[in-house]
Design a protein around this ligand. Sequence first.
Ligand code: FMN
Length: 265
Amino acid sequence: MNPRYRYNQYGGLANRCFQPLSHLSRKNRVELLKQRGHYKQKRRADAIQFRRVIVDLTRNIENDSINVMPKPKSTSSRRPLHALIGVTGSIAAYKSAELVRLLQTAGWDVTVIMTRAATEFVGELTFRTLTRKPVGLDMFGPREEWKPEHIAYAEQADLFVIAPCTANVMAKLAHGLADDLLSCSALACPVPLILAPAMNDHMWRHAATRANLRTLLQRGVRIVNPGNGDLACGRKGEGRMADPKVILNEIFRTAKSTRGKRTKS
Ligand SMILES: Cc1cc2nc3c(=O)[nH]c(=O)nc-3n(C[C@H](O)[C@H](O)[C@H](O)COP(=O)(O)O)c2cc1C
């Protein structure tokens, strides 16, 4: 056969230069046409086979529990905002669980850090289960990562909320003390800080607490003031932690006004 008319594997002219077949002898023309038909059939068979493989593969992926494809992380292209929630030793600690749920419902990623005293009021298991991740408790506990925990927390957060915030933690923050994971993370975390104080009314009105509050406000810390009502100590007065929904609104307001910005507070 004339090499100028050789067909490639898909039935196209290999030399891309079309020559009328009438120039060929009858025998060569027949041979060429046969060859072309053969490749066309082969191409169709290949396509059918390919389609079958794809259908089988899709079926396997759907039926198998094995994750072949990565799950989409979020419907939005933006990563979810991440809140660090600090829980301290107040009877109001149980309300933090509701705050965590509200934030999660709003699409936030939440990590919880508790003080030792907080675990006297609510179990760490509650927050571990709600957030589906470990709760920060110990500065010196065993860790898989090389990075100290308070630094790792500081790097991932967009907002730091301490709710409830005891008189003790307010005082520590006002003076820059960092003797546990929560206070240390708060110092190391250059993101907006929101406190929701909760305490007995005398504690709330105490000159030391007022002074600490002023210091914190001057530094740009946002305070969700406690409400009036029945206190855990049996008294009535100002000191009850604000309702989780009120705290949530402050979180939204802060996030809206400071998104992406890191602060000194
Ligand atoms: C039943 C009970 C309720 C308490 N509630 C509060 C409170 O609402 N606010 C507060 O500042 N301290 C409260 N305290 C005292 C704190 O638990 C205590 O100061 C503790 O050391 C705080 O530790 P933390 O600030 O590291 O969490 C309470 C203590 C008890 C026993």
